[in-house]
Design a protein around this ligand. Structure first.
Ligand SMILES: [Zn+2]
Length: 120
């Protein structure tokens, strides 16, 4: 084996080492993305579970002081959200049906979707 062969072999193994390292970096990135995606999914499921419990077990939760505080915060945010939505719809000259949620122009008295009387 000549010197050139040694150089080629060393270059080859160096390239393999770099490739292996790059592969490890890619693997780590993929795993990091995978972990982040799973974490986001877990958060979504917690949110869905929390919403389900909030909607269906309010009376049971009312026995727990911490839950009562958190439910009050959510109720307050819901009220703020409704107020902002109303303001936004007013600015857009729209009214939202309280029954089905369909947007209609302010000039309309009844919801075209479900017939509920609009505005007050
Ligand atoms: Zn409606």
């Amino acid at each position: 084996m000549g010197i050139l062969d040694d150089v080629v072999i060393n270059a080859k193994s160096a390239a393999e080492a770099v490739g292996k390292k790059a592969g490890q970096i890619v693997d780590a990135s993929k795993l990091r993305i995978n972990a982040a995606e799973l974490n986001a999914e877990i958060s979504k499921r917690y949110e869905a579970l929390g919403q389900y419990v909030f909607e269906s077990c309010r009376e049971k939760l009312a026995e727990d002081a911490e839950a009562v505080g958190k439910m009050a915060e959510i109720d307050e945010l819901k009220a703020q959200h409704a107020a902002v939505r109303k303001e936004l719809n007013d600015k857009q000259n729209k009214v939202v049906c309280p029954n089905c949620g369909k947007q209609s122009p302010n000039s309309v008295q009844y919801c075209s979707n479900c017939g509920t009387k609009l505005g007050e």
